[in-house]
Design a protein around this ligand. Sequence first.
Ligand code: PLP
Length: 432
Amino acid sequence: MLNESGPFKQSKILFNRAKAVIPSGVNSPVRFYEPFPFFAISGKGSKIVTIDHMTYIDYCMGYGALLLGHAYTPVTNYVKSQIDNGSLFCVPTENEVELAELISKIIPFAEMTRIVNTGAEATMNAIRLARAFTKKKNIIKFDICYHGTYDYVLVNAGQAHRGVPSSEGGIDESASQTLVLPYNDFTELEQVIDTNDNIAAIIMEPVPANTGLILPEKEYLSNIRRITREKNIVLIFDEVITGFRLALGGASEFFGIQPDLATYAKAMGNGFPIGAIAGKKEVMEQFAPMGKLYQASTFAGNPMSSAASISTIKTLIEQKNKVYPKTARTCDSIVRGIRDVSDGYGLDFVLTSIGSMFHLSIIRGERKDEGLMRKVDPRIFKLMYNELLKQGVFIPPSQFETCFVSYSHIEEDIDQTIESYSNALQKVKEHR
Ligand SMILES: Cc1ncc(COP(=O)(O)O)c(C=O)c1O
């Protein structure tokens, strides 16, 4: 447990201040942790530093945003070089054009890109784009995928897969246009599509990474690509996590499947707030003012975020042959180490990884069982989380969240991480 007398004294004091003026003391629910979260003051490379001056190897990494690492010098320098020129003009800038050109260069179907500020803004407008383009209303999403906190996608499956709001404040009429289906079940998807000709879009994380980490089964993505083409349904890959991370061209490049639209955020700006909707020209041209779909934002394409993204993407292009193999190797080494330790302790666990992402659940079950993560005993997760923290390793403070490796993680991090997991899992074993 985090406690006041331990290395979290200032965090506790700050959290008490925060609770008085910020709902639940946090600006995003996943940051909350019982009895209080630690507060950060800085980050460099693979490390995050708390207000109590504790340093941790970070695997939360801005929930996947920091592919290059904290305060990556070329990116921060480029942003600094822009900052004195002004932070917002709300007229077009060359940076925005350069950014869209870079995206088109590396993502073949990204004939056009509209820059936004966040992942949720990107997915919300991609869905509206699909509706405007097809003149149909329903969308399909998958139960384990997360796309942001707005009514079309913040839904649980209701009767016959029709969504109902999964949050207070949601509108039934809006949620009911969303059909929620199990991921990796193409037969069920096909049946629903065959009996409904009002489906505008399928939106999916090509590799769901918000309810544990689930890999698409063989042929699943290509079958979805085929059926969406046949039925005039817009296929949206939500690459907010996988974009620029799984490969330079994201999951689409990794699996060799081109959707009609894709949404990006996170790794696109290496920690600066930016997102994008990219896709085929004929779909993208629905956007106003030339098209009839109104989408707008004061801060879209702002000089700081655009500069961060240009610098990030240029680094990724230049160092493509280093970034992706190195992050995947680091991740593989950690995963192999954790697997050996877990096997050694005779623990039931599900350990999944792809590229620079991994997820461990201490639970009996099959990786294929998508509902599995919801069955994880939160007390076991908490024990593991707290023990890892004691050992100097910070993983996302939720059993559902994926761990992210960055280009800045180094050899010593790998060794310390495996040793930390070994100690933490020993505690879990003793507890069981
Ligand atoms: C796959 C996916 N889509 C969309 C979002 C929403 O992005 P943001 O938090 O930037 O609005 C997230 C956030 O975690 C995500 O993981």
